[in-house]
Design a protein around this ligand. Structure first.
Ligand code: ADP
Ligand code: MG
Length: 225
């Protein structure tokens, strides 16, 4: 295939702790993910999913192996290169991590601060909040939004800079099944519209059908199909 993977993981190992307490958490991970794919990563709690996601997102330093994200090798990359890569990724976490002192649109414009060439930040934020169905909530603070609405603001924030890659860690965990479904449908629609790739960790069996591919992790290993 001539298309390059957007995520290429090769022989990745990762441990926590030192000496006798050293505990391998990821063992010889190999994984290719291609542009436009929606991949779901499942597996029991403690199997290493979040660790893998944070490594792929350049949020944690690598120890061993190769990790090419958006054509940048992360192993041995400089702090500056890591910041640059992170700015090209949209992150959605279980806890939405919205800033309470900022309104919905102010939260959504946060990632754009890293991109000074973007001028019409407020208009972009309002546009994306409209896409996620929150046009009438742009000036609301997180405390006056429901769980599903907060998660939709977090999705808008992840998408506002039009990232080619979205990493989502249990984005529906804090939601009831109806809002969980809505949030995932929204991610799927927006991914198709913006042509981005999504790697999503979830235990939620109700949303598995959005995936092009489901990969499973157990005890730090990816289980081959
Ligand atoms: P999952 O997301 O699949 O639940 P994690 O990647 O969070 O799994 O954790 C994998 C393993 O690594 C677990 O045993 C966890 O206790 C351990 N772990 C995760 N983060 C740390 C850390 N910062 N320091 C030490 N151990 C950690
Ligand atoms: Mg986790």
């Amino acid at each position: 295939m001539s298309i390059l993977p957007i995520i290429q993981v090769q022989n990745l190992n990762h441990s926590f702790g030192e000496g006798n307490l050293k505990k391998p958490v990821l063992i010889d991970i190999n994984l290719d993910i291609y542009p436009g794919e929606i991949i779901i990563l499942t597996g029991p709690s403690g199997s290493g999913k979040t660790t893998l996601l944070t490594l792929i997102g350049a949020l944690r330093s690598m120890q061993e192996g190769s990790l090419k994200i958006l054509e940048q090798e992360l192993y041995g990359a400089s702090a500056k290169q890591l910041v640059k890569i992170r700015s090209r990724i949209g992150f959605i976490f279980q806890a939405h991590n919205l800033l309470k002192s900022l309104t919905a649109w102010e939260n959504v414009t946060m990632p754009l601060k890293l991109q000074p060439h973007i001028k019409n930040r407020q208009a972009l934020a309002v546009e994306i909040l409209t896409l996620v169905g929150l046009a009438d909530r742009t000036h609301y603070y997180p405390d006056s939004l429901s769980g599903g609405q907060k998660q939709r603001v977090a999705i808008a924030r992840a998408l506002v800079s039009k990232p080619q890659l979205i990493l989502a860690d249990e984005p529906t965990a804090a939601l009831d099944s109806k809002s969980g479904r809505e949030v995932v449908n929204l991610m799927q629609t927006l991914a198709q519209e913006k042509k981005c790739t999504i790697l999503m960790v979830t235990h939620d069996n109700r949303v598995l059908d959005v995936a092009d591919r489901i990969i499973k992790m157990e005890d730090g290993c990816l289980i081959p199909k």
